[in-house]
Design a protein around this ligand. Sequence first.
Ligand SMILES: NC(=O)N[C@@H](O)C(=O)O
Ligand code: NI
Length: 168
Amino acid sequence: MKTLQLEALTAASFAPFGQVIEAGSLASHYPINGGSCTRYHDLARLDPGFGGELIASVFRAQPTPLPRSVALLERHPLASQAFIPLSGRPFLVLVGMPSPKPDPNSIRLFMAEASQGVNINRAVWHHSLLALDAISDFLVLDRKGPGANCDEAWLDEPLWLGALAGSR
Ligand SMILES: NC(=O)N[C@@H](O)C(=O)O
Ligand code: NI
């Protein structure tokens, strides 16, 4: 079973799959509120798709056990989906390029820090939310609207998520 290599989440590394939502220096940012606040502006391409509306939900996620295998991926063909951590803990983001079925060679595994959210572009294959260490809340921005917006696909070969190095 192939072990996925864990990558740091950066705007550049994640760009093929979506955007990183963080107070990052690469973003357009400027002082507001009389200088008491910095606005990191327009960070994500939130896309509710045709006929959809963008809604905000909270996912209270159980931590995933590690090490583990993963075999079932999903995609949202009609709209994007964003996850913003609310509990001050990192989480894992497993994504694969849009294609009729997941291409194992395009699958990447990222460590999102507690200060980073992600917006996953429409039709990007991904594993469902992978929280770490403890029950964690996430703000989720995605579509409400007509149509089937969740396709699932089993990988021909499961992939392995190794234990995370070091004390966390
Ligand atoms: N089912 C659901 O809304 N969650 C998934 O889309 C996910 O990516 O976690
Ligand atoms: Ni999803």
